[in-house]
Each structure stands twice: as C-alpha cells, then as structure tokens.
Design a protein around this ligand. Structure first.
Ligand code: TXA
Ligand code: MG
Length: 307
C-alpha cells in the first residue's frame, strides 16, 4: 500500500498519524473524530487548554469551518496560502470545541506541502494538527525526529521541512492586526500586502495569552541552551558546569537557512556536551526577518544574554 493510502486509511478509521508540512511535522487527526483529537492531546501530553490548528486544502474549505471573514483575513489568505500563515477566525459550530479548547475562534491554515494537501483533498475532511513533539519540547522538522519521539506512530514522510519553524499566527480584527506568534512570514510582509490593498491597519506583535508558545519555556532541547547576542558577553553568572564542554553554533547565515536548520541544530549537540550555545550577531535583534527565530530561541533558552 502506498504511504498516502495508508495515511488515509488510518485517519479514516479515527487514528492519529504524523504529517509533513513546510513548517514542522504535525500530529494529525480528522477534526470530526473525537477519538483522534483526544489521542493527539494524550500522545503529546498537551494540556486541553491549548487549542489545535485546523489544516485545510483551500480557502473554500476554510470557509466551511469558520464564520465572518473580514477583508483583511481574505487578503492575507489569498496572498499567503498555501503557506506558513495561520489565521484565527470565528469558528463554525461543526468544529469540535475540544479542538479550540472551548474558544469561539479557531486557527486555520492551508499548509504548503504537496503530500499533505493531497491527503486532505482525498480525505475530504480537515485535519487538526499541533506540532508532533511532546509538550514544551523541540518541534520536529524531519520524519526521523517524530519517529524518535513516537516510535509507534505512522509518519507520512515528506522529507525535510522547508521553512523549519512554526507558522505565523495572525488575528485580524476590524481595527488592528495582531501577530500572536511570529514566524517566517514577517510583520513587514503582512504590512506590505495590506498596503497594496489600501488597508491601513496597525500590525502589532502581541503574543497570544492562549497560545502555548506564549509560555516562557517552550521548544526546549534536551540540554540547557544558552543564547548569546553579540560578542564578549559576561558569562560569569552562569552555572560553571554548563560551560565545561558546550556545543557551540555560530549563527551567521541568512535567516531563511537558519530557520530551516534551527530545530535540527538544537538536536545536534555532542553526546558528552554540557550545554548548547547559540551565538548570534546582536544586529539580528532589530531585524524583522529574524523575529520568528529569536522568539523560538528565547523560549528554548535556559539563559539569554545580550549587551
Ligand atoms: O506551523 C504550524 O503552525 C504547525 C504545523 C503542524 O501546522 N503547527 C503548530 O501547532 O505549531 P501547535 O499546536 O504546536 O501550535 C499552535 C498554536 C498553539 O500555541 C495554540 O495555542 C495556538 O496556535 N492557537 C490555536 N488556536 C488558537 C486560537 N483560536 N486562538 C489563539 N491561539 C490559538
Ligand atoms: Mg507546538
């Protein structure tokens, strides 16, 4: 049986699988299967107050499960879907409130991965999927990352994720556009399209108090991570044992490459390392294209240092 057919069969029977997306791998179940949704929370050890993102194959399908689209959401979906943008919209009553943790809104996106798009089309049903990692841990960007965490799970292998960090989450209201989680679609990318359409709303980064990524610690690797912005920083207040044998990454690349490799690097420490150190140039702190990466690094870090 082809992997795609196997994936469809498991999902149709109310099972849970892992799916590739361009951002990170997801832990997926059909949105109309309470059993699958329950299993997603159980497998991830995720608290029920943390809502899931619904993945659809088209704007039309998104509209079947959401209500009251405003013009801004229309424009953003038309521009960025399929792609790494999640829109928060009022939910249709047919979306199980377990998916939305009882909220009257739902996060939806059309992922940009041909296998997963084909899967959703063939299933003829949306799939709910958080990232396929244990709660608060590093997200997976390769099938092998998922297999290491969940050896019994069927993983639809779609290769390495091309974006590498989770989607930008946006809630467009009538008066402001909120970025609830920064990602590789940046604030200026969003401002630019809105301006093209003569929409002059302020775009503000305001992390969702609902989103789990909002927790101080999230995306954490297996070893303590120290993130340094700039050189010659004072490390004297750090626990000495962490500095005995750190695995050091000098991060200088293009942000697109850094994002793609970020979660792999967080797993690439030496077996006897005492910690992981990421060294970045302090200039990146002010650059919009780095905000998604900085957000993940700061949450994954045990210590963040800058001048
Ligand atoms: O790129 C992604 O978004 C990946 C791939 C698999 O699509 N998914 C992902 O899901 O990152 P997850 O569950 O790890 O993060 C989704 C975030 C959560 O922190 C959740 O709280 C927030 O989206 N979220 C979901 N529905 C929401 C809502 N109605 N209002 C505010 N935040 C919401
Ligand atoms: Mg996650």
């Amino acid at each position: 049986m082809r992997d795609l057919e196997k994936a469809i069969e498991i999902l149709t029977n109310g099972g849970t699988i892992s799916i590739p997306t361009e951002t990170v791998y997801g832990l997926a179940g059909r949105i109309d299967s309470p059993e699958a949704i329950n299993n997603i929370f159980a497998l991830k050890k995720r608290p029920f107050f943390d809502p899931l993102i619904v993945h659809v194959a088209s704007i039309e399908q998104a509209k079947d499960f959401t209500l009251n689209w405003n013009k801004t959401s229309e424009i953003l979906a038309a521009k960025f879907w399929p792609g790494s943008l999640t829109l928060i919209l009022p939910k249709h009553s047919k979306v199980n409130s377990m998916i939305t943790s009882g909220l009257d809104t739902v996060g939806v996106r059309v992922p940009k991965h041909p296998l997963t798009l084909e899967l959703i089309k063939k299933l003829n049903a949306p799939i709910a999927a958080p990232s396929a990692n244990f709660f608060k841990k590093t997200s997976p960007t390769k099938a092998s990352h998922v297999e290491n965490s969940f050896p019994d799970l069927f993983v639809l292998n779609g290769g390495e994720c091309s974006v590498g960090i989770e989607s930008t989450i946006v809630h467009a209201t009538e008066t402001q556009v909120f970025i609830l989680r920064p990602g590789m679609i940046s604030k200026s990318d969003i401002e630019e399209v809105l301006l093209e359409h003569q929409i002059n709303l302020p775009v503000v980064i305001k992390e969702s108090e609902i989103a789990s990524g909002h927790l101080k610690h999230h995306y954490m690797p297996e070893l303590p991570l120290i993130v340094q912005y700039g050189d010659n920083l004072d490390l004297s207040h750090l626990p000495k044992e962490l500095l005995l044998k750190p695995t050091i990454f000098e991060v200088q690349d293009d942000p697109i490459v850094v994002a793609r490799e970020l979660y792999q690097k967080l797993r690439d420490f030496d077996s006897n390392a005492s910690s992981i150190i990421f060294k970045l140039n302090s200039d990146v702190l002010d650059q919009e294209s780095w905000q998604g990466i900085i957000n993940r690094l700061n949450k994954a870090a045990s210590y963040t240092l800058s001048k």
